[in-house]
Write a new protein. Structure first.
Length: 118
């Protein structure tokens, strides 16, 4: 059973930075792409970005491109989301998920709250 646990959320002022971590259990972490998503109150969950199994390729939503960076450390079974130049509209619960295809994710973490004050 794969478990994903996010951490690193919190309250930050606009323009600040946070780094989220997502630790995965199991021995197959390095063979899967990993994604980050977020859900703001009253809104649907939205894609933030994805990183391939090796960390060599990433993709981002337009809303975060140039501000957010995804990386991973397969030796630590961990994927990171570095968030810079944060805006109040980035306020949401952030989730990591394991990708089983380019559009499908089969395991999700419990989420970590990010709040950006203006």
């Amino acid at each position: 059973q794969v478990q994903l646990v996010e951490s690193g959320g919190g309250l930050v002022q606009a323009g600040g930075s946070l780094r989220l971590s997502c630790v995965a259990s199991g021995r197959t972490f390095s063979t899967y792409a990993m994604g980050w998503f977020r859900q703001a109150p009253g809104k649907e969950r939205e894609f933030v970005g994805v990183i391939n199994w090796s960390g060599g390729n990433t993709g981002y939503a337009d809303s975060v491109k140039g501000r957010f960076t995804i990386s991973r450390d397969n030796a630590k079974n961990t994927v990171y989301l570095q968030m810079n130049s944060l805006k109040p509209e980035d306020t949401a619960v952030y989730y990591c998920a394991r990708a089983i295809s380019s559009t499908q994710y089969d395991h999700w973490g419990q989420g970590t709250q990010v709040t950006v004050s203006s």
